[in-house]
Design a protein around this ligand. Structure first.
Ligand SMILES: *Cc1c(COP(=O)(O)O)cnc(C)c1O
Length: 372
């Protein structure tokens, strides 16, 4: 049993600038969902992504939900989602009343397999939600080609990939719209929070309307439809503005940590975050794919040994959607074997917080090597 302090997988990187902005928001009295930091975050995050519109929302899950609703997607419609993702991607589709179709992922990009996605499209397909998993951009150009000539909404789930680029363009600008999360462990946090970025002015307008109780912009307390309260607060946005201002430093620090892991794990057969030409991934979490054949029990034993003997917190990959009760019966498109399942059996997320010291990284690596 290790008596060392636990090294967590993720921790928010908050400093004096965050403190200053949040205090400023509080002292201004604008603590709710109107205020200068909301406007500023929307404007600056849109510019960061290279699109004209950003709508701040209360979290990433509702961002996905409201984007689907704003596009008129609902009962009877099919929405393609990757089998390997955080559950919110599929849950948002269910919340919209539509049916998720689970498509297997590519073993390198961890994103939707393009060929299988093309095969999964039916006349009922109304949207595809490619996920930029663990900071790796999904193949948006190929997916765009796969839906050419069809009225299919391409909604990026960019919750784990703020700042990643594909062909020089940032995620958030690669689909018809993109959903981001600003949860505490994401690359930019507002505590809880999220947003939609888009170049589609009508869509942005409709999301603004729906997120604020569907109140008529021309007549106060007149609600022509049933809306939602999916608003972000000015306090949260203040935190986000500071984080966005510090983004480049935070991104660079994470890249440095990834490099340290790369060096220390070289020659072990462990595959870390993949890179590919033209795809500028960001490191959200350091992902380690173990070599050889693994079972759930063996992976669980490895994780608990790391925690017990080295006080190192590691996490498994997401469990493939097709295995969980609410999603088991859905159409599931895959090849000879499930890539999502293979990745989930061999994948670990290593401690990736910006506050890790060189000693921390060394402890994680020593623990991993000896536990293996
Ligand atoms: C975090 C996350 C979400 C949901 O974001 P919340 O802000 O937690 O609601 C959606 N999709 C993916 C891939 C995520 O990682």
């Amino acid at each position: 049993m290790s008596t060392l302090p636990l090294i967590p997988v993720a921790e928010p990187d908050l400093g004096p600038l965050e403190e200053q902005y949040v205090l400023e928001a509080m002292r201004s009295g604008w603590v709710s969902s109107i205020g200068p930091f909301i406007d500023r975050l929307e404007k600056e995050f849109a510019a960061f992504c290279g699109v004209p519109h950003c709508v701040a929302l209360s979290n990433g899950t509702v961002a996905l939900h409201i984007a689907l609703l704003a596009r008129g997607i609902g009962p009877g419609d099919e929405v393609i989602v990757p089998d390997l993702t955080f559950v919110a991607t599929a849950a948002a589709v269910v919340h919209a009343g539509a049916t998720p179709v689970l498509v297997d992922v590519d073993p390198t990009s961890f994103a939707l397999d393009v060929e299988l996605t093309a095969r999964a499209i039916t006349p009922k397909t109304k949207a595809i939600i490619p996920v930029h998993l663990y900071g790796r951009p999904a193949p948006m150009t190929e997916l765009r080609d796969a839906v050419a000539g069809r009225d299919i909404f391409l909604l990026e789930d960019a919750a784990e990939a703020h700042g990643a680029r594909l062909g020089g363009k940032r995620v958030g600008s690669l689909g018809d719209a993109a959903a981001f999360s600003f949860y505490g462990n994401k690359l930019i946090t507002t505590g809880e929070g999220g947003c939609i970025t888009t170049a589609d002015e009508q869509l942005a307008k409709r999301i603004r309307f729906l997120k604020d109780h569907a109140m008529s912009p021309d007549r106060r307390y007149w609600h022509p439809e049933v809306g939602f309260n999916y608003r972000m607060t000015n306090l949260q946005a203040a935190l986000g503005c500071a984080q966005l201002q510090r983004f480049e430093d935070m991104r660079a620090r994470k890249a440095e940590i990834l490099d340290q892991y790369r060096e220390a794990l070289a020659g072990t057969g462990i595959e870390l975050n993949a890179t590919a030409p033209g795809r500028e991934s960001v490191c959200w979490l350091v992902t380690a794919l173990l070599a050889g054949s693994w079972t759930e029990a063996r992976l669980a034993a490895l994780m608990s040994a790391l925690r017990r003997e080295y006080a190192v917190d590691v996490r498994p990959f997401f469990i493939p959607m097709h295995r969980m009760p609410p999603y088991q019966g859905l159409r599931h498109v895959h090849g000879a074997t499930s890539v999502a399942q293979d990745l989930a059996l061999r994948g670990l997320c290593l401690p990736s917080s910006n506050k890790l010291t060189n000693g921390d990284v060394a402890r994680v690596v020593a623990g991993l090597k000896s536990a293996l």
